[in-house]
Design a protein around this ligand. Sequence first.
Ligand code: HEC
Ligand code: HEC
Ligand code: HEC
Ligand code: HEC
Length: 277
Amino acid sequence: MNPRSAALPGILAGAALSLCLAAAAAAAEGAPAAAPAPKGLPGYAGSPSCRECHPELWRQWSMTPHARMLRDARKDPEAIVADKFSPEIPFRKKDIFYTIGSHWIQKYLTVIDGEFFVLPKYWSISKGDWEPYSIFNWRSKPYSLNCYGCHTVGFDPVSKTLVEDSIGCESCHGPGKKHVESQDPADIVNPEKLPKRLADNICEACHTDGNDMVDGSFPFAAGFQPGRPIEEYYSEFFLPKPGSKKWYKGNATYEDRHRMFMFYQAEFYSKMRACGV
Ligand code: HEC
Ligand code: HEC
Ligand code: HEC
Ligand code: HEC
């Protein structure tokens, strides 16, 4: 483990720190200091800023898997559900910086040279044991390029930085800075007021699979904004039809779980606010 990354306070710090070091190096050489580190797409306020005026929705959301997707294992060691750490496991508990997921499986993030990587074994919660994961190529798949888009808020595919870990209020409501200042409902996306197709697109941006339209290097709808048609962000997007090969089967495979929400969608919408699923 790299000692300088071991002191990183948060997930953004990885990118921020390397930029700080670059800026310090540049300053030492007498070159102009680098611009401040960009942090995700513009216009976002972050979920904590919604709490004051929407306390009940905040409370519901904070209990969902969406809010708890990524957890800081250093601040909160209880987040790690795996318990069989032995010399056969190719990493130690202390190598884990963040946990990903909490109900089906749990994967583990480490930091190497300021970049996040998913460690090569994951914990199956139902089996109560380890499963192999990208054993041979885990170092070639940085988390930022392969996963951020669906597990964070406001990921900027150009600077590869983000606004907030996990799935926050603005993942479904779009950038909220203007609304926080104005309190005007017109300044924020309310999915209920969108045509159904566009409202569904918000969930589909993460609960389907496909490739981006930025440069085809992201396996997610990079840059997607709630309220926009998903076809603008996903190449060759099509919705699985009931009974088709891509439809939900209930076999709990990775692909299937990503589609599961389509199956349950009607139920979620009929019983509760989507902020609380
Ligand atoms: C300073 C107070 C305040 C803050 C902070 C705030 N809101 Fe609001 N929000 C309001 C008010 C007031 C309304 C209008 C309520 C009404 O019309 O019943 C509203 C309405 C909404 C609506 C419904 C819009 C519509 O068209 O019906 C959404 C969605 C929303 N807020 C989301 C958010 C999100 C997401 C955040 C954080 C990024 C946030 N709000 C932060 C005050 C706030
Ligand atoms: C296209 C969007 C998308 C991308 C890209 C994506 N995920 Fe996910 N991920 C999801 C969705 C949606 C779920 C929820 C469905 C489920 O429970 O499996 C999920 C669930 C998970 C879970 C299980 C959570 C649990 O509680 O059981 C883990 C772990 C996970 N993802 C890790 C990753 C990693 C690592 C990557 C990158 C290699 C990645 N995901 C890329 C959308 C995505
Ligand atoms: C920014 C990406 C993103 C958006 C947008 C999103 N989700 Fe999710 N969703 C995820 C991820 C990632 C998980 C996995 C969380 C975990 O297991 O820790 C998840 C988990 C879920 C789960 C729990 C699934 C399970 O395995 O039990 C439900 C239900 C769900 N989402 C419904 C929705 C609905 C409905 C919408 C739209 C209103 C939506 N999601 C929008 C990414 C997203
Ligand atoms: C997974 C997507 C998702 C997340 C995350 C989410 N919402 Fe929502 N929200 C929706 C949808 C969809 C609606 C439309 C009503 C419905 O279908 O539940 C909605 C409706 C609302 C409304 C207007 C309706 C009402 O009940 O007043 C407000 C305000 C709101 N959300 C605020 C928030 C805040 C604040 C957060 C974070 C604490 C949040 N939402 C997180 C999807 C989401």
